[in-house]
Design a protein around this ligand. Structure first.
Ligand SMILES: [Zn+2]
Length: 344
């Protein structure tokens, strides 16, 4: 058994069944949060479609020439394109392409016969960043797929995609992975003893790839700490400071809205920790290394304040997703956040 996908047992069962019936589809759409393991799952499909040993539905062998070459990204029939950016390292081995390059390369490659394997695999990430006219590049191929190919599209969720694309694919929705399963996975990765894997597993919110990246790249945890400090700071800051943060965040929103969502997520998780800490459930908090500060804030904020913060963050999320002007939404958050005052 050599599935590299962490968790996702029902999706793996579905692929296993298709393989045992020799009925892999020509097109799959894999949906899920960044860092949840979409590329890993797509690569697992590439392996079952090409593995030389495939004895049963128990997964690719992981040790034949085909599996090894796919795992090391050297297989000449497996293409990974990403039209957006390297998302938390999820697409770290993909070829970053512009839409024009994708059109040219994909359309050229898709009609060639497999060179070294049984099936040519085209994995295309960040499909949601394509505009509808650009998606037409794919549509025609999805309508009449050549033999011996499998196209695997990756997206956060299917709701923003053209229904004509979604309807031509078998859809997999990857689910957040259990914290213990992520912990076990990190344990098996042979990381240094100083890596805080328990905290990373909690912070990952069910995303094993994110967890792995955070474990091997200290910069990711530094960025998370920066966000925490910004948020804790603004709870005690003057209005002037808060509005400065609001301006910074709205500027950032136009550059990379995911960064702002990540800030809000971090704030939300931390605020929940404050609530847990205040009600004597310190063992459950996510931001383990911050537990002293979390506890301090649980003494500075009333339960009503904490619930209010959670509500405000949810509203902020909601409004940003609905395209309300970011500066208005963020100013409103800053204006209404309660002020943490020293020990009451
Ligand atoms: Zn194999």
């Amino acid at each position: 058994m050599a599935w590299k996908t962490i968790g996702q047992s029902s999706s793996i069962d579905r692929i296993s069944r298709a393989v045992s019936l020799d009925r892999l589809s020509h097109a799959y759409l894999i949906c899920g949060m960044d860092g949840i393991g979409k590329v890993t799952f797509a690569r697992d499909i590439a392996k079952v479609a090409n593995c030389l040993e495939m004895p049963s539905s128990s997964g690719p062998c992981g040790s034949c020439n085909q599996c090894i070459r796919i795992d090391s990204n050297n297989h000449t029939d497996v293409f990974i394109y990403d039209v957006k950016k390297d998302l938390d390292g999820v697409g770290r081995t993909s070829t970053m392409v512009t839409i024009d390059q994708l059109r040219e390369d994909f359309l050229k490659q898709v009609h060639r016969k497999p060179y070294e394997g049984r099936t040519r695999i085209f994995i295309i990430a960040s499909i949601e960043s394509m505009r509808s006219e650009q998606s037409n590049i794919l549509l025609k191929t999805l309508e009449e797929p050549p033999d011996d190919i499998v196209i695997i599209l990756l997206a956060r969720d299917a709701s923003n995609l053209l229904s004509t694309i979604v309807s031509r694919c078998q859809v997999f929705n990857l689910e957040p992975v259990d914290e213990l399963e992520i912990l076990e996975y990190l344990n098996e990765c042979g990381l240094g003893a100083d890596v805080p894997i328990r905290e990373i597993a909690r912070l990952s919110r069910g995303r094993p790839e994110w967890a792995y990246q955070a474990a091997i790249n200290p910069e990711i945890l530094h960025m998370w700490e920066d966000k925490l400090n910004q948020f804790m700071g603004c709870l005690t800051d003057s209005l002037e400071q808060r509005f400065k943060l609001s301006r910074d965040l709205s500027t950032q929103f136009f550059r990379d809205r995911d960064e702002v969502y990540e800030f809000l997520d971090t704030a939300m998780t931390w605020t929940r920790d404050v609530l847990l800490s205040g009600s004597g459930r310190k063992g459950e908090i996510v931001n383990i290394s911050q537990k002293e500060q979390v506890h301090e804030f649980s003494r500075m904020l009333s339960t009503t304040d904490i619930l209010n913060i959670l509500r405000l963050i949810r509203i902020t999320f909601d409004h940003l997703k609905k395209n309300v002007t970011p500066s208005l939404v963020l100013d409103n958050l800053m204006l209404n956040l309660p002020v943490a005052t020293s020990i009451n």
